[in-house]
Design a binder for this molecule. Structure first.
Ligand code: FES
Length: 211
């Protein structure tokens, strides 16, 4: 057997080995970066939700302070929470706040460029992933969400999780959506959005179903 033939055989036998390596590594990379597409195993740019821009509602539905509506942001690729649940859709709530705020949370994610009184929160509870509710009347929080009595400056609409009673303040000064009671280790996550005419357009979502 000539040296050339031996080398050719070595190359040919290496192909299935390489294929096997890719087959093993691909799920591993998908586990580490589950928001990537099937063949983007070597992508190193930051994770981004792949749902694209989506119109989720109209500003006209938020005419007065504390008007709100629920919506669903549909991702093209799923993200996973630590329980293995695949979250293809992210439940959201849009709310008109009583005053404009800079929409940037404690982890630095910016929901809206500049100040706005429209807030878009993800309703996936950062505690253990339940879907929390927007509660227009804080008395309902006290009656049905563990007896929490908000201080005077927070006696307005709040957001409450029915599972372990975390309470979030959508108008918390300097950090809208901050957790004010309960076991959640961080505030509600944001959607990134733009206002185009009357349309509220979600352009991205802060990743991570739970803390
Ligand atoms: S899942 Fe919401 S408080 Fe536990």
């Amino acid at each position: 057997m000539t040296v050339g033939r031996r080398r050719l055989l070595k190359v040919l036998t290496a192909i299935p080995v390489l294929g096997g390596l890719v087959a093993v590594l691909s799920p591993l990379f998908r586990f580490l970066k589950p928001n990537d597409g099937p063949w983007q195993i070597f992508t190193i740019k930051p994770d981004l939700p792949k749902g694209g821009a989506q119109v989720v509602g109209k500003t006209t539905a938020l005419a007065k302070p504390w008007d709100f509506f629920y919506f669903t942001y549909v991702q093209k690729f799923v993200q996973y929470d630590p329980t293995g649940y695949k979250a293809a859709n992210i439940a959201g709530v849009a709310v008109r706040l009583p005053k404009k705020v800079k929409f940037e949370n404690a982890s630095g994610f910016v929901g809206y460029k500049g100040e706005t009184d429209i807030a878009l929160f993800q309703r996936i509870c950062p505690h253990l992933g339940c879907i929390f509710n927007f509660i227009p009347d804080f008395h309902e929080i006290t009656a049905g969400y563990g007896g929490y009595v908000p201080p005077e400056f927070e006696k307005h609409a709040l957001m409450g999780c029915p599972c372990h009673l975390s309470i979030y303040d959508p108008a918390f000064p300097n950090d809208p959506g901050n957790v004010i009671s309960g076991p959640a280790p961080r505030g509600a996550r944001y959607f990134e959005f733009e206002i185009r005419g009357e349309d509220i357009v979600v352009t991205g979502a802060e990743l991570g179903g739970i803390a």
